[in-house]
Design a protein around this ligand. Sequence first.
Ligand code: NAD
Ligand code: UDP
Length: 312
Amino acid sequence: MIKRKVLVTGGAGFVGSHLCERLLKDGNDVICLDNYFTGQKQNIVHLLANPYFELIRHDVTNPFYVEVDEIYNLACPASPVHYQYNPIKTMKTSVMGAINMLGLAKRVRAKILQASTSEVYGDPQIHPQTEAYWGHVNPIGERSCYDEGKRSAETLFVNYHKQNNVRIKIIRIFNTYGPRMHPNDGRVVSNFIVQALQGKDITMYGDGLQTRSFQYVDDLIEGMVRMMASPETFRGPVNIGNPHEFTILQLAELVIELTGSKSRIIRLPLPSDDPMQRQPNIDLAKKELDWEPKVQLKEGLIKTIEYFTATL
Ligand code: NAD
Ligand code: UDP
């Protein structure tokens, strides 16, 4: 088998580390690029002994030169707490990062996949969300640096394809959780598990009736790899998520049950522009990629709780 050279930007992050692991297991030569803003060496330290794994500290807002066959562009903080910390940098990472990686793909004729997000749908008025929905995004709100950054990146991808024939793939990822989320990441699954394990109050924002559809990381990785391998004519965007929808209150109760924690659920103010509902329609992924998620919430939470129990 000929080894493919694959670049993963944001490879030391939560999703990126699982992707690097999978790509190595599939026999590829993997270059992991990261500036460690939200990622950690800890996530990929077990891969360092593999001679086909290479780790490079680099910021995607700067040009990068390498010869590769495929690029997975994941570099970007994903948690609202982290992407709102420096909103200008978040937009630069999405937009300049996309331009730099697309320029690279164009020069070396690599295939390139963009990790886009359900956030391009904003606070959706259509439920569940299909790829045809244009979204409902506040361009000047707290989330806009991320939402509009990711929307611009999609625009850049589509136009690099139209104008320069770059082989592109766009996936829209819905809320994903699993081992190697940062304990201080700020996203709901890691927050609730860490709080439950430490016997702290579970911080539910608002009335907890807002919904999310949670996908276990292994399912996402399978979807990403299938998308990259799919026929060139299928460029997406395609939703990759688990359509099983839960309220945040249900999630809090399930985490308490599975950890056997004595933590109380407390209410804190709902952050502005927090989407009320989110659920993917995955018909397109089923049809084009023969993909659907396999891991249900309880099973995935048990694995994630095991991880945090061992690492906290
Ligand atoms: P993460 O924060 O764990 O990983 C992002 C990685 O990108 C980190 O390792 C970080 O250090 C790196 N990074 C950030 N800015 C960078 C820069 N300028 N240059 C180089 N590296 C940089 O988040 P994640 O959950 O692993 O998300 C990975 C990708 O998937 C992101 O693009 C995110 O937008 C997308 N996504 C994730 C989810 C989810 O639920 N996890 C949902 C939708 C989209
Ligand atoms: N949330 C919460 N408590 C927390 C963290 C998040 O109630 O400690 C809520 C948040 O307001 C949102 C949902 O959980 O409604 C998902 O938040 P997250 O930051 O994980 O991702 P989002 O889907 O909002 O980007």
